[in-house]
Design a protein around this ligand. Structure first.
Ligand code: PMP
Length: 459
């Protein structure tokens, strides 16, 4: 064990100098694969580096004055990095964020003190609500405002050329054959590419690109295709950012969402590395590169951010099943419609003696509109939001009353072999279908479950 470092006076001193971990339990062919743990930066991602670098460069060249305002259009990790640095240095930060971003991301940014301006995501350049146009307008309106613009700001790649690159080279003791990176703004690619071209020109820069992005095809064929859609976050583009110098790329791999998510999950299980979805893409491409080598190579890739932001998505089996990335055992009957099967211990339920307050807290926690009421393993009722409303409206004391007094006992029970139409008519009457086999409670089918089932079938 190296001795623990002494205390720091500012969290900003903890940005960079991230650890490097070797992949030990996943097959890397003849190669050794190392992952630089950028998820261990204080803001949780590699973007802390550029947040600090771009702000300090603007301080030096006078574009940012004490107490000034910083503007950027992002809800991603760059926003978090900028927010961390702005709060520590006393700047006002305004982030223009498209309205498709998750609530968690916006709350995280606001908790860091950023002002979030939500704008429409379904408009194109030239519309006043288009996020780039809105950012440009804010810059004009606010005196002395500094628009960061990570896609063209030269201090973005510079942060990697002067920081991340030298750190990798030192950690690898000057023995390195390839680095595998993704492109969001292109800062990492261009910065690392430039550094190694200068210091160790034999190091190959390998691009890991989500399927649907235009970049890997551009490298491979020289042609600009049309962009598709992908679920991996933070990397992949439908254009080539100013900061992205594709001439530095030696080869490119296209990785689809399924492979990226499976790889990220495997990396956590087998190596204990908790990365985000882009980590999955990068490690998947690095593994393909490693396994394709005929002679031993030393390869580095990155975990650009932490898995925390993806717990309800990529690390959630239900989400993975709903998206069609994880298979689930099917029976060819109504059991396939159950969202949370009792047999998997997945049912969220209450007991007849629980209070309405407790039932309400459960519904909120799991985002459910109703709960089965179970006594031992037997279904005795259903309690839903309407039952709660009727019980509590004008009688708030009823929050303390037991579920048994207000639950519905008129149950819509179906057997696994019943026709789908039966379920449809139950749901249309605003009730939920309860699947029971002989006496055993198998689970509920709600509208949400049925929609998810139908979507799984289309995939
Ligand atoms: N991974 C994640 C999770 C990111 O947020 C980003 C930045 N958008 C990247 C990778 C790519 O970094 P860069 O902007 O340097 O290309």
């Amino acid at each position: 064990m190296t001795p623990a470092a002494p205390p720091v006076r500012s969290i900003l001193g903890q940005i960079g100098n991230t650890p490097m971990a070797e992949v030990m339990r996943i097959d890397t062919g003849r190669c050794r694969l190392f992952v630089k743990l950028e998820n261990q930066n204080p803001g949780g991602s590699i973007k802390d580096r550029i947040g600090l670098a771009m702000i300090e460069a603007a301080e030096r060249d006078g574009r940012l004055q004490p107490g000034g305002t910083i503007i950027e259009a992002t809800a991603g990790n760059t926003g978090l990095g900028l927010a961390l640095v702005s709060a520590q240095k006393g700047y006002r930060l305004i982030l223009v964020v498209p309205d498709k971003m998750s609530r968690e991301k916006i709350q995280h940014l606001e908790a860091l003190g950023a002002e979030v301006r939500i704008t429409r995501s379904n408009v194109v350049r030239g519309h006043p609500a288009y996020y780039q146009d809105m950012t440009a307008r804010l810059e004009r309106e606010i005196a002395g405002a500094f628009w960061v613009n990570q896609f063209a700001n030269p201090n973005n790649p510079r942060a990697h050329e002067q920081g991340t690159g030298p750190e990798i080279w030192a950690q690898m003791d000057g023995a390195l054959d390839a680095v595998v990176v993704g492109v969001g703004s292109g800062g990492t690619l261009t910065g690392l590419g430039r550094y190694f071209k200068r210091v160790a020109p034999d190091v190959r820069t390998v691009l890991a690109d989500p399927k649907g992005s235009v970049l890997a095809d551009l490298v491979k064929s020289g042609r600009m295709g049309t962009a598709g859609a992908w679920l991996v976050e933070g990397i992949g583009e439908d254009f080539v950012p100013d900061n992205c110098d594709l001439a530095l790329v030696a080869e490119a791999y296209t990785i689809d969402d399924a492979e990226a998510f499976a790889t990220a999950r495997e990396l956590l299980l087998r190596e204990g590395i908790f990365g985000g979805s882009s980590t999955g893409t990068l490690v998947a491409a690095a593994l393909r590169y490693c396994r394709a080598q005929a002679s031993p190579k030393r390869v580095v890739t990155l975990a650009p951010d932490s898995g925390n932001k993806y717990i309800s998505k990529m690390y959630n089996d239900y989400w993975m099943i709903d998206q069609g990335f994880l298979a689930r055992e099917t029976h060819g009957d109504l059991r396939d419609l159950i969202g949370r099967p009792a047999a998997e211990g997945a049912v969220v339920s209450v007991e007849p003696g629980d209070s309405l307050l407790f039932a309400h807290a459960r519904m909120q926690l799991y985002d459910l509109g109703q709960l089965p009421v179970l006594e031992k393993d037997r279904l005795v009722g259903i309690i839903d939001e309407s039952d709660l409303l009727l019980a509590i409206y004008r009688h708030e004391d009823n929050f303390k009353a037991p579920v048994r007094d207000f639950m519905t006992q008129r149950l819509e029970v179906v057997g696994p072999g019943d026709p789908l139409d039966t379920v449809i008519s139950i749901l249309r009457a605003d009730r939920v279908a309860i699947v029971v086999d002989r006496d055993a409670f198998l689970g509920l089918v709600t509208k949400t479950d049925l929609l998810a089932y139908l979507r799984r079938k289309v995939r």
